[in-house]
Design a protein around this ligand. Structure first.
Ligand code: HEC
Length: 189
């Protein structure tokens, strides 16, 4: 019984709201949050131009396939220098450590943690990632609710069915970001 309690406590800790990456994502809620918060500036339109979400938002780039894509890479969209610079970093050079890491990636791509952090504060995220206090995103919007950011990221990922995060084959969202947490999970199992 004692052991059971210890396990339960560990699980609670790992799913506590402070760990955005461990939060369960609700794709349906992400869809409605996207419709509420994002469509004034963004559309999701596939290669043929068919609009899958939103209306005609053109202030921001088309977000179709954005998860797994290099930041700042939509042709003909005039991005800020900051987001283009972010997209040119090697994954290991993202100072926040939030970009998907590994040999599969020559540059940073939008994965899970970096997208969530970006949505919560685009300019602050780019400043941290680039270690440049003067970096500035052109996206003048912040998702105020951490759970909404998690849900929206999961919704965006449904438009990138072929993209798999490194480590995603590990147990669900508990796929840990660093070895310390890996070990903790290992000893709990
Ligand atoms: C007020 C307009 C506006 C709103 C609202 C807005 N965005 Fe943006 N978004 C932009 C602009 C402009 C950019 C380009 C940023 C740059 O160049 O620095 C952008 C960039 C992005 C990018 C990076 C795209 C790429 O190609 O690298 C993502 C991802 C993104 N937005 C997601 C969202 C989501 C999800 C929402 C809703 C929660 C949202 N945005 C709300 C204007 C907006």
């Amino acid at each position: 019984m004692r052991l059971f309690t210890a396990l339960a406590t560990t699980t609670t800790l790992l799913t506590a709201p402070a760990f955005a990456q461990a939060m369960e994502a609700d794709v349906a809620n992400g869809e409605s949050e996207f419709a509420r918060q994002c469509v004034s500036c963004h559309v999701i339109a596939d290669e043929s131009g068919e609009v899958l979400a939103g209306r005609a938002g053109r202030i921001g780039p088309n977000l179709h396939g954005v998860i797994g894509r290099q930041p700042g890479a939509v042709e003909d969209f005039r991005y800020s220098d900051a987001i283009v610079a972010y997209g040119e970093l090697a994954p290991a050079d993202d100072k926040t450590g939030a970009a998907p890491q590994g040999d599969d990636f020559d540059t940073v791509v939008w994965g899970k943690d970096n997208t969530i952090a970006y949505l919560e504060d685009p300019t602050a995220f780019l400043r941290d990632a680039l270690d440049d206090p003067r970096a500035r995103s052109k996206m003048a919007y912040k998702v105020r609710d951490a759970q909404a950011a998690v849900d929206i990221q999961a919704y965006l990922a449904t438009f990138s069915p072929d993209f798999e995060l490194p480590g995603a084959a590990m147990e669900g969202d508990a796929a840990m970001e660093d070895e310390a947490m890996d070990e903790e999970a290992g000893s709990a199992n």
